[in-house]
Design a protein around this ligand. Structure first.
Ligand SMILES: [Ca+2]
Ligand SMILES: [Ca+2]
Length: 430
């Protein structure tokens, strides 16, 4: 048996054929006179066999040993290690020496598990994926001979799935466990942990080993909450933001891999939002609470508190978002439906206090003067983010119930009492 082999393949060879391995190979089988008696190329299908288990003629069993994927061997087999004095069928005469030109396509052992190669783990890794996490990753899928059968890069979108729950082939489920965000790794998956003896459509041949080069973009758990890291907190930090406050903030929004999606610095103004009002995604709203002016935070938002499975313009579906935020300033707010709140107790004789010139009626100018005084004295607060004059005008018109341009004692009602009256009226109607 002679088998001159090709040099460069062997240098890259991490594994070569041993007994009990399962191999897939192409071959041309010829007699010494050059007559082809069999060819896998004509069948357009590899020959697949265990090695060293008596499935093949002795000469092939020996000739395949030590081969690497991609290697081509010319194996010359004398009759006593082939079909001997009987020959085989009409194709192979008695005492025939056989010449096999073999190209090894694929190799695995039925006892193989998946193999992880060349993991590149970012230093920043603080958490590794576990069963039940939802992961987004890019992959390049090849056969052992390097031919690509599928790649997420061509689709220009990540592959997204839950880990360890049987949504992907068993080998991939295993390969995605214990990874870090940003990690790259190669997984070599034997067919019994991939598409098995049947393969998949025209894409994956029977018993094929699959090689996946995986790049983890991000993962999260459906139970994840917003993660808040305080980067900087001013020494003086007495007043902090809460629901209903109007906040002014700068932010950079990136994906976990650092891709910048949005930056408020690209806009001409400082974004603002009233907290708790659904003005921003839930995760950012939460991340902006409890901050003092000048504070900086890194807020990581899982998709269920962000833009969800569908994503948004410029935001991929199921993406984890990282907000680098700075609270520029904020104004204390008022509850929904209110234009003004008293910070302490309501003045006892409200109308008398308001009727500064004591003529039993309050026109808008007097009302405005009174409200501004309350705000200046720290006794009351107006709804932030609107013009003072507009808020006062709205308040005045609410109170001037007969629209004659003045508020009388009879007309003046606190919103609380008004709401209670309305409630009672509803009950009466029922
Ligand atoms: Ca008056
Ligand atoms: Ca009136």
């Amino acid at each position: 048996i002679r088998h001159p082999s090709v040099g460069p393949v062997e240098q890259n060879c991490k594994r070569s054929v041993m007994r009990t391995d399962f191999v897939r190979y192409h071959f041309n089988g010829t007699l010494l006179d050059g007559t082809v008696f069999e060819s896998s190329y004509v069948r357009m299908q590899t020959h697949d066999s265990l090695v060293g288990e008596g499935w093949l003629i002795k000469g092939l069993e020996e000739g395949l040993l030590g081969m690497c994927v991609g290697e081509i061997r010319n194996i010359v087999i004398p009759p006593f290690k082939a079909y001997g004095e009987k020959g085989s069928g009409t194709e192979i005469p008695p005492q025939a020496t056989l010449v096999y030109d073999v190209l090894l396509m694929d190799i695995h052992n039925p006892k193989d598990n998946i193999t992880i190669e060349d993991p590149v783990v970012p230093e920043s890794c603080t958490r590794r994926s576990v069963v039940g996490d939802y992961i987004r990753y890019h992959y390049n899928g090849t056969f052992l001979n390097g031919v690509t059968f599928d790649t997420s890069y061509q689709r220009n979108s990540t592959y997204n799935t839950y880990i360890g729950m049987g949504y992907v082939i068993t080998g991939m489920d295993q390969a995605l466990l214990g990874v870090c965000v940003g990690e790259r790794r190669r997984a070599i998956i034997p067919p019994h942990l991939a598409y098995g003896e049947k393969g998949a459509g025209n894409v994956i041949p029977p018993s094929a080993v699959l090689v996946f080069d995986i790049h983890v973009i991000d993962f999260h758990n459906p139970n994840d909450k917003v993660d808040i890291k305080i980067i900087h907190r001013p020494e003086e930090c007495n007043d902090t933001t809460e629901v209903n406050d109007l906040v002014h903030y700068h932010y950079n929004c990136t994906l976990m891999d650092g891709t910048v999606l949005f930056s408020s610095h690209d806009y001409g103004n400082v974004p603002e939002a009233v907290l708790g009002m659904d003005k921003v995604i839930d995760g950012l709203d939460e991340g902006l609470r409890g901050m003092c002016a000048g504070e900086k935070r890194l807020v990581t938002v899982p998709p269920h508190l962000g833009h969800g499975e569908r994503g948004a313009t410029g935001v991929p579906g199921s993406a984890v978002l990282v907000f680098d935020i700075e609270l520029v300033s904020f104004q204390k707010g008022v509850p929904p439906g209110y234009l003004f709140v008293w910070l302490n107790d309501t003045p006892e004789n409200l109308f008398e206090t308001m009727d500064i010139n004591k003529n039993k009626e309050v026109p808008q100018e007097e009302f405005a003067e009174f409200i501004k005084m309350q705000v200046a004295d720290g006794k009351g607060r107006m709804k932030p983010g609107l013009s003072t004059e507009q808020v006062i005008a709205d308040m005045f018109h609410n109170q001037d119930r007969d629209k004659d341009g003045v508020i009388t004692e009879k007309e003046l009602k606190l919103k609380v009492d008004e709401d209670n009256e309305k409630k009672e009226k509803r009950h009466e109607e029922l």
